[in-house]
Design a protein around this ligand. Structure first.
Ligand code: SF4
Ligand code: SF4
Ligand code: SF4
Length: 336
């Protein structure tokens, strides 16, 4: 069989049994899996129809985290540091933004059996050894035991180091919000970085991420990484397909299985800011400089993080006083 020449219909038919088994065997999450081992999600790209229900679910679920910036933005020095403001473009869904943590890419490819459209949901890959966490100078990002990487919006200063070291440039910045406004507004950071946190609060309770639950096509499954990797290769073997995420950047907790090679998908998708590619990725943290930086940064970030928490506590105390003065029940003040 020509691996590149499989139609969506033939592909769906051939792999349905394996895919069904994969979807049902992974839910619900067990307490053991929650606490003790990395969890991975597997996207079966044969099934995605690009309906965007997952994108809507993600936006609904995470509304409460979305930034409410303060204006005017502080002037930054040096002047080349630009403000990034998505607050008046909150409806944008065709790329990643601070208000849109999941986007669907489309690849129209030609195969030996005809034209095929593949839709690819894109968000944080939740790397096994995440450079965004290891190289954040402020200790604002951390990795949960179950492998989810999370940026703490209360501690992030928006310097965008996480975006610079992320092989997919995933985190997105919103200016005019966060701790930097209280510390050194003109000189340190420039807002807060936002990305998919894989609904870590839901997962901690044994629930699925919203994008998994709301998908009408059961595109994603979630479970212990080892099982998800095995399943990805099982499906790939069954259909003569390909896996992305097992090896990229040293391995990620987001896996994709596709009927056509990822090089082909990568050539066909729109790429650019907020539009991650699907190229092969070397392991950022295997680089000697990155490892040295991580070793150096770990204690520094710990101290900075502790100081930031003190600043945050003071900030919240100040906010409490302000709120008493201008009490408006039900309205969250994101400005201080
Ligand atoms: S993953 Fe599911 S919900 Fe999201 S676009 Fe694909 S089919 Fe629709
Ligand atoms: S994909 Fe990027 S933002 Fe996500 S965990 Fe990996 S390095 Fe961090
Ligand atoms: S896991 Fe949660 S935060 Fe991440 S894309 Fe899905 S719904 Fe959004």
């Amino acid at each position: 069989m020509n691996k590149n020449g499989i139609s969506r219909r033939a592909f769906l038919k051939g792999g349905a049994a394996v895919a069904c088994a994969a979807a049902t065997a992974t839910i619900p999450l067990t307490v053991k899996a929650l606490d003790q081992e990395p969890l991975a999600t597997l996207h079966d790209l044969r099934k995605c129809v690009g309906c965007g229900e997952c994108v809507t679910a993600c936006r609904d679920m995470n509304q409460r985290f979305f930034p409410e910036p303060v204006r005017p933005f502080p002037k930054m020095y040096p002047k080349r540091v630009k403000a990034e403001d998505w607050s008046e473009k909150r409806d944008v869904t065709d790329r990643l933004t601070p208000y849109n943590w999941l986007t669907i890419q489309q690849a129209d490819v030609k195969t030996a059996e005809g034209d095929l459209t593949v839709y690819i949901p894109r968000r944080c890959m939740h790397c096994v050894n995440p450079p965004c966490v290891k190289l954040c100078p402020w200790g604002a990002a951390h990795q949960e035991k179950n492998g989810i990487s999370v940026i703490n919006p209360d501690l992030c200063l928006g310097g965008a180091k996480c975006q610079a070291v992320c092989p997919w440039d995933i985190p997105q910045r919103q200016t005019g919000v966060g701790l930097y406004l209280d510390i050194l507004p003109a000189f340190a950071g420039n807002g807060v970085m936002y990305k998919c946190n894989r609904c870590y609060e839901n997962v901690a309770k044994g629930e699925n991420p919203a994008c998994i639950d709301m998908c009408p096509e059961n595109v994603q499954s979630i479970g212990p990484r080892k099982e998800m990797v095995a399943r990805a290769y099982e499906i790939a073997k069954e259909i003569g397909g390909y896996v992305y995420g097992d090896k990229e950047n040293g391995g990620t907790n987001t896996l994709y299985v596709s009927p056509v090679p990822f090089e082909m998908l990568n050539d066909a998708i729109r790429k650019g800011k907020g539009l991650p590619d699907l190229a092969a990725k070397k392991d950022v943290m295997a680089d000697g400089n990155a490892m040295t930086a991580a070793l150096f940064l770990a204690p520094v970030a710990g101290v900075v993080s502790a100081l930031s928490k003190i600043a945050l506590t003071a900030r919240r105390a100040g906010l409490g006083k302000e709120e008493k003065k201008t009490a408006n029940p039900g309205e969250v003040n994101h400005e201080s």
